[in-house]
Design a protein around this ligand. Structure first.
Ligand code: COA
Length: 169
């Protein structure tokens, strides 16, 4: 299947917001999505972008029945490891269901890896839900490893009132 990848731009934010919601629905976590198209426009495409994106597109003749040609995306940002130095963090990777199994996800992730290596990164980090076996298997098929299983890491978070409280101590 013909598809192409390119850097995301401001005009993609509507479709990115749509696909963020599709992914969150797939993960049964849609109620946690607070980010809007406007947030994405501000945070990703202002003078100091906080994230970057890659869009996967298909030609018009392969558009979905709803008329979408933007059918997948990866979001990423640069991070730092005190042990390994520069790192790239893949915040999300998503391919619309009808376009899965055609190499799009692999191509998107490979692009993030290329960009990371070009920027001097030594690691590509990301999280996946433990029940999301197809995606865990996809990542394992890309020779990624589970740092929770191998090194005992857990992802922790402070948010909402707890975050405000912590900031006031
Ligand atoms: C995970 C996801 C991005 C993979 O994208 P995709 O386009 O379907 O995957 P690809 O077609 O590029 O797969 C490339 C290779 O990965 C491997 N692979 C893909 N899915 C796999 C699976 N479920 N189990 C084992 N290997 C898998 C295969 O080796 C495949 O090559 P092959 O087609 O020659 O067998 C996509 O399925 C998706 O969007 N899933 C739902 C959203 C999601 O869970 N995202 C991750 C959130 S952390």
């Amino acid at each position: 299947m013909a598809f192409s990848l390119r850097a995301a731009n401001l005009d993609d934010c509507k479709d990115i917001a749509r696909m963020i919601m599709e992914l969150a629905e797939y993960e049964n976590l849609a109620e946690h999505v607070k980010v809007t198209q406007k947030d994405l426009e501000q945070d990703g495409f202002s003078n100091n972008p906080l994230f970057h994106g890659i869009i996967a597109e298909v030609p018009e003749q392969h558009k979905t029945k709803e008329g979408h040609t933007k059918i997948g995306y990866a979001l990423y940002f640069y991070a730092y490891s005190s042990w390994s130095g520069r790192a790239i963090y893949m915040e999300e990777l998503y391919v619309m269901p009808e376009f899965r199994g055609k190499g799009v996800g692999e191509a998107l992730m490979s692009k993030v890896a290329q960009l990371g290596l070009a920027a001097g990164c030594h690691q590509l980090n990301f999280t996946v839900l433990n029940w999301n076996k197809p995606s865990v298997d996809f990542y394992l098929s890309q020779s990624c490893f589970d740092i929770t299983a191998r090194m005992g890491y857990h992802c922790l978070r402070c948010e909402g009132e707890a975050l405000k409280h912590l900031a006031q101590l």
